[in-house]
Design a protein around this ligand. Structure first.
Ligand code: IPE
Ligand code: IPE
Ligand code: MG
Length: 261
């Protein structure tokens, strides 16, 4: 470990109901852990096809990756973890796949929300709750939000029927409806009208499956995020891959348009 680096104490685990302690790998700087990591969980279909399985089996296999990544984020002490579960463009898929994804997400929330609660995770959602999203799923979302709303260890935001452009359009609509004059419109005001005004911008975005694009994810919020891409397909993603992404993030030089000292 270099100067200024220290292993974080793990003793604080007892403060939480959950069983995941804060344990940071020695070569990760505990002082520079991103507050917010956003992930694009991509490659489920290819993972399944490579194995002669149905695309939907890949989505099911992604559940373990999600929970391992959540635990990894907790180990690092990440405060906000956001995952892209269904985009505004994913309605273009076959009715069977869309139906599966709706049911699967509903069942995942039902089966595993209590576990997230025990881990001290607060669950939130961003995205449009339009008529295409089944009522039962909306109910599960609301139950998950309610059950976990007091948790403060980490916020898991699930981007569902989410599009970055849709989010900006919805913010603009809210601003216009508020009757504010254009001279009063600032970046802060736009940010306050996004789906979750409390959510800080992600310092790091990780996308799996070797695709180098953002696919309409967090258009506003990713403006200055570090982007890390990995060839790993989402169902194979584990906390070690998340740690690798954080290592890569810590090697980056974040200048925000300025120059180095
Ligand atoms: C990501 O995996 C999950 C969702 C978009 C719901 P994909 O289903 O996009 O998998 P690939 O990219 O086709 O392999
Ligand atoms: C992005 O992945 C959306 C999610 C992971 C939910 P896609 O697979 O839908 O994105 P494209 O089609 O490769 O851009
Ligand atoms: Mg994909």
């Amino acid at each position: 470990m270099g100067p200024g680096r220290r292993r974080d104490p793990t003793a604080d685990a007892t403060r939480f109901a959950g069983s995941v302690a804060r344990v940071i790998p020695g070569d990760i700087d505990s002082e520079r852990i991103p507050t917010h990591i956003a992930a694009v969980m991509d490659g489920n279909g290819r993972w399944a096809t490579n194995r002669g399985l149905k695309r939907t089996d890949g989505h099911a296999a992604g559940e373990e990756a999600l929970f391992d990544a959540v635990e990894g984020a907790l180990e690092l002490g990440v405060k906000w973890f956001t995952v892209y579960a269904f985009s505004t463009e994913n309605w273009k898929r076959s009715p069977d796949e869309v139906r599966f994804l709706m049911k699967f997400n509903e069942s995942l929330l039902q089966r595993r929300c209590e576990e997230l609660n025990e881990l001290g995770v607060r669950v939130r959602f961003i995205g449009r709750r339009d008529w295409r999203v089944p009522k039962r799923l909306i109910r599960r979302m609301d139950e998950s939000i309610e059950l976990t709303r007091k948790n403060r260890r980490m916020t898991l935001t699930i981007a569902f029927n989410y599009g970055g452009r849709a989010e900006i359009v919805d913010a603009v609509k809210a601003i216009v409806d508020s009757g504010i004059e254009s001279s009063k419109v600032t970046e802060k005001l736009v940010a306050r009208n996004l789906y979750d005004p409390e959510m800080p911008d992600p310092e790091l975005m990780v996308r799996t499956s070797g695709e180098f694009r953002t696919s309409n994810y967090l258009m506003w919020e990713l403006a200055y995020s570090e982007l890390v891409f990995t060839d790993v397909l989402w169902p194979d993603f584990r906390r070690e891959h998340l740690f690798d992404a954080v290592r890569e993030y810590q090697d980056r030089d974040r200048r925000f348009g300025g120059v180095d000292d």
